[in-house]
Design a protein around this ligand. Structure first.
Ligand SMILES: [Zn+2]
Length: 541
């Protein structure tokens, strides 16, 4: 059996793994979108690095776009085999992909107007709403804990990953000749102290574990502490006359915030404080909330108990769900202090960008980030605080509002949770493979796993292949299949820049670099040239 890593390698987006067996079965785990900087997003346009017609099925771990976002493109290009996942994921991903198709439609229209004026070639969206409909017809949902024989040699079981509603850890038993190998794909794993959904399941045994590592070197603030801090910041901001903008993932994080706010406002907790007006301005979040209401049997115990008491756990008197674009715009015209929860969570698109445009310049207002901000996104740029203005929807906006990050809300397991999850394996894997993380989180986690459990840990690069041999050893081959030059070059530039201290994570697009950044890059390159000369690596005749 072989696994080839075509996404989420030293990176948190674009999850896409190809598994091939000795019996000739070929299938994918996830088919996610690359997100973040322009060069990351350009990778979505590239051809898939495998023959689509040879695939037998796809298993989807959960609804988030970085795991599901290229499925309609795969279908548009000919994939017509089953997609296995849970019922809740199937319902959520439908909402997610339709929204993605719509965003692309508007983005491409905007981009093409510019291209037309410049006499450049026009772009096509990755897929449209019809492609999403076609993709949804291929879904075959299964229950958690159900043993399913996908082929005579492959058995699958989905377990609750506790990350978002419907999220799954994928257990696979792959039989080749007379030997069965147990492979576990963790998907994205959740935390234990979140009350809306359940905890991630413990897995008993595996030969090989493919583990996410988004927060492999981070210990999250306590969930309850983050909740307290959230309410404090909200009241501090409202009391001084400002508004609070919360960029939030429409699926998962928004429902969690609403669930906690419902408890806060309906069951006391707010003491002398008056109930502040809260708006959810994201049609996708509103739709996703109804999926949560249909699947209350999958929620955590506390949430189920509230539902049994007849509480609508996602609604309270001071909450308004806005629908139309006009209602959304009206929010920015009324100056009364308020809280606006809006998507997208990394401010890469959606209505939240308009709310940021109208509030970021105001020193009385506040922006609260409640989730991971990938390198290169507007959210990350605002959060990093390295610039005092940003360009949003064509205009420059000063960053004067208070900016907060509350990673305690993260739906991703932190370092202790990841290590505990591994500790729970009664039969430890022979090999652990780290995916879905930036190197600064992955490398320390690798050391930790090796030291704590004495397990072999591998960090694959894009296109690397891992062959699991019958004699219980692994062989990995770096073949960098179809690794796009642009990506490789930008990755190298990134590494060099970080080594030289020119930037902390990713270099910005050359065309988008400010004068300071360009001059920093120039001096980095000059320094490299000098070092090479010093080392006699190059000579001038
Ligand atoms: Zn996720």
């Amino acid at each position: 059996m072989k696994i080839t890593f075509y996404g989420a390698t030293e990176d948190v987006t674009g999850s896409n793994f190809l598994v091939t067996t000795e019996h000739g079965e070929r299938f994918l785990i996830d088919c996610g979108m690359f997100q973040g900087s322009a060069s990351e997003e350009a990778r979505n346009r590239q051809d898939f690095p495998y023959d689509i017609s040879q695939l037998d099925f796809l298993i989807l771990t959960h609804a988030h776009l970085d795991h599901s976002g290229r499925i309609p493109k795969l279908v548009k290009e000919g994939f017509n085999k089953p997609i296995y996942t849970t019922q809740a994921t199937m319902e959520l991903v439908d909402i997610m992909l339709q929204d993605s198709a719509q965003i692309q439609y508007f983005d491409i229209q905007w981009e093409n107007k510019k291209r037309q004026r410049a006499g450049e070639e026009l772009l096509e969206p990755l897929y449209d709403s019809d492609d999403v409909v076609a993709a949804m017809e291929l879904f075959e949902p299964y229950y958690y804990e159900e043993m399913v024989d996908l082929t005579p040699h492959i058995r699958m079981r989905l377990r609750d990953a506790g990350h978002i509603l419907g999220s799954a850890i994928v257990e696979l038993w792959i039989t080749e000749h007379d030997k069965t190998t147990k492979v576990v794909f963790s998907g994205d794993l959740g935390m234990h102290d979140h009350l809306l959904i359940r905890d991630p399941s413990s897995i008993e045994a595996a030969d090989l574990v493919i583990l996410e590592s988004t927060y492999g070197n981070t210990v999250h603030a306590k969930y309850q502490d983050s909740l307290d801090q959230l309410m404090q910041v909200i009241y501090k901001t409202i009391n001084r006359g400002g508004s609070v903008i919360v960029p939030s993932f429409a699926i998962g994080r928004t429902q969690e915030l609403l669930y906690e706010m419902n408890k806060y406002f309906e069951y006391g907790g707010h003491g002398q404080q008056y109930p502040v007006p809260i708006y959810v301005d994201s049609p996708m979040a509103t739709k996703a909330t109804s999926v949560f209401m249909r699947h209350t049997d999958l929620l955590g115990e506390e949430a189920q108990a509230l539902v049994r008491r007849g509480d609508n756990i996602f609604n309270f008197p001071n909450l308004t769900y806005t629908g139309s674009v006009d209602e959304s715009k009206a929010l920015n015209e009324m100056r009364e202090p308020k809280v606006i929860i809006s998507a997208s969570g990394m401010a890469t698109g959606g209505r939240v960008r308009h709310h940021l445009k109208y509030n970021l310049w105001d020193p009385l207002s506040a922006v609260i980030f409640v989730g991971y901000q990938a390198a290169g996104t507007l959210g990350r740029i605002i959060l990093d605080g390295t610039t005092d203005k940003v360009k949003i929807a064509g205009s420059w906006v000063d960053i004067k509002a208070s900016v907060y990050s509350m990673p305690g809300f993260s739906a991703h397991a932190d370092k202790p949770t990841l290590l505990n999850w591994l500790a729970d394996f009664e039969t430890k894997p022979k090999q652990v493979v780290l995916v879905h993380g930036e190197t600064r989180e992955m490398l320390p986690l690798k050391d930790n796993i090796e030291q704590t459990f004495g397990l072999d840990v591998m960090i694959p690069r894009y296109g690397d292949e891992l062959e699991f041999l019958g004699d219980e050893t692994c062989r990995s081959t770096s073949i960098l299949v179809s690794a796009p030059d642009l990506y490789e070059v930008s990755k190298m530039m990134d590494e060099v820049g970080r080594m030289m201290g020119s930037w902390e994570d990713q270099p910005p697009d050359l065309h988008e670099m400010s004068d300071e950044q360009l001059s920093a890059l120039k001096s980095t390159l000059a320094q490299i040239k000098k070092n090479m000369l010093d080392l006699n690596m190059i000579t001038y005749d």
